[in-house]
Design a protein around this ligand. Sequence first.
Ligand code: NDP
Ligand SMILES: O=CCS(=O)(=O)O
Length: 253
Amino acid sequence: MNKTAVITGATSGFGLASARIFADAGWNLILTGRREERLADISEELSSKTSVLTLVMDVCDKEAVLAAFNQLSAPFDQIDLLINNAGLALGTEPAQRSDLAQWHTMIDTNIKGLTTVTHALLPKLIATGKGASIINIGSIAGQWPYPGGNVYCGTKAFVEQFSLALRCDLSGTGVRVTCLAPGLSESEFTLVRTGGDKKAYDALYGGADAIQPEDIAETLLWIAQLPAHLNINQLEIMPVSQSWAPFAIKRDA
Ligand SMILES: NC(=O)C1=CN([C@@H]2O[C@H](COP(=O)(O)OP(=O)(O)OC[C@H]3O[C@@H](n4cnc5c(N)ncnc54)[C@H](OP(=O)(O)O)[C@@H]3O)[C@@H](O)[C@H]2O)C=CC1
Ligand SMILES: O=CCS(=O)(=O)O
């Protein structure tokens, strides 16, 4: 029987590339996102390869998330994999010039949304048991602070530690938990973060040979298809062009 993966944030970037690669590998797919038209296009593209269920949902809308996942029927009622991918960064300003509404949106999406989806699907993942997986998309930002990262860095630090703690709780259930932490990756992420600033996008990615969504999708498939007795706890990936900045020394601090 085909396995079933839930991928949140499947309308672009990592989520979309993963939908394509998991479909090629024969997984049934439950794909979520807020952009209904994009979900319809993806469903049309992939339905000849596998069974696809699209759920238009904002992960910040707790009632909508719970209602959608409580109504799953065959062949989508047994869940083998949850990829908690939906997320975003907003703003690059230092904390003292940042927008509180943007901070709250990041917390609502990256922390509260991710935990709502996880809570809703845990019973189904535990019912599947051995071989089931949760893969949470963290970020290098969860481990390595940078100027202007403030709340985004904090939300991804939450994702990392939540993943590890979840793994403790799920010990004995057979359900695996991974936090995958990518670095600089080319997707719509930076356009969302900067409010559509194409110049900022070009400046960041130009010549950087950044991670591509397909690189992350391949990695996710590898993690999900490892033998059931193996758990990748944490995995950090950067493009070769990216490394750690030297510590800033501000002499007039
Ligand atoms: N790009 C990068 O450099 C890195 C990104 N990440 C993380 O990877 C994940 C995917 O990002 P990436 O593919 O790069 O970016 P994209 O902007 O291309 O994709 C983000 C996805 O998240 C969905 N999403 C955002 N907010 C919500 C919401 N409230 N409810 C439901 N879905 C939502 C979007 O769908 P829609 O708008 O249709 O709702 C979209 O499908 C994020 O968690 C991001 O933080 C981690 C490390 C590096
Ligand atoms: O999560 C995204 C990577 S970065 O832009 O924070 O470095």
